[in-house]
Design a protein around this ligand. Structure first.
Ligand code: HEM
Length: 215
């Protein structure tokens, strides 16, 4: 298959989504681990944000992860638009088999919702810390968002549940594409992936609830 053929073929697109998705997977684990420092209180959380602000992480690791993240989202949106334009039957009238789960049909929708909330999330935290600057206590900024607003707490929890569903199907789909050579490991990998999604989703929910009710 030619290079152009690979990038436009369905396998090529899936491999690209899987590779950029892998950045997302790593980012999510690192981000969750960082935010779990909230349990230790202001001293621990602020020490963590201070460490994450060191040049090697701020200018090397974060931009690479962010680039993978952005490419994954943009290419996913591009594929969703392209697919919906070339789809001959209306979604509502189509008869999808049992194999086509709700999560797989609505990856584009859960992806858009996740992206929309990320924009809001970055406005709440990243923009204030990195762009506006002058935030002296990152812990307070993080915790107060939840403490001051039940609406935000609920919105974030819904976001984390949708994120879990999106990631779970993303993994499944990635293994379908890239795990063919390891068929006998697939059931095990899929269980591992489900465990990962549960940990990420429930982990972030835990952080939000901790900020709201305990911090
Ligand atoms: C309770 C859960 C979460 C908390 C408390 C939280 C907190 C934060 C904070 C404080 C920052 C700013 C970091 C800095 O600039 O120094 C940030 C940035 C960011 N967050 Fe979250 N976050 C949470 C969940 C998530 C989730 C689930 C995602 C992705 C789906 C996400 C994606 C991002 C991105 C892309 C950035 C900007 C890049 C970065 O600074 O690392 N966050 N978050």
């Amino acid at each position: 298959m030619s290079k152009a053929g690979f990038s436009t073929s369905s396998v090529g697109r899936k491999v690209f989504m899987a590779l950029t998705g892998a950045f997302l997977v790593v980012f999510m684990l690192v981000h969750l681990t960082c935010n779990l420092f909230v349990v230790g209180g202001a001293e621990y959380y602020n020490a963590m944000t201070h460490f994450m602000g060191t040049p090697i992480i701020k200018y090397a690791l974060q931009p690479v992860l962010a680039l993978g993240f952005i490419l994954h989202i943009l290419f996913g949106l591009y594929l969703a638009v392209k697919n919906s334009m070339s789809r001959p039957i209306n979604y509502k009238n189509a008869n999808y088999g049992a194999a086509s789960s709700w999560a797989s049909r609505y990856m584009w929708l859960t992806g858009i919702i996740i992206f929309g909330v990320i924009v809001l999330h970055m406005a709440n935290y990243w923009y204030k810390i990195q762009i506006v600057g002058g935030v002296e206590n990152d812990y307070e900024l993080v915790v107060n968002l939840f403490k001051d607003s039940m609406c935000y707490t609920i919105l974030y929890i819904v976001w984390f549940v949708i994120l879990g569903v999106h990631l779970a199907h993303g993994f499944w789909s990635m293994f379908q594409t890239t795990g063919q050579a390891y068929v006998k490991w697939l059931p095990c990998l899929q269980k591992l992936a489900l465990a990962y999604c549960a940990v990420v989703s429930l982990g972030f929910i835990f952080v939000a609830l901790w900020c709201r009710f305990i911090a």
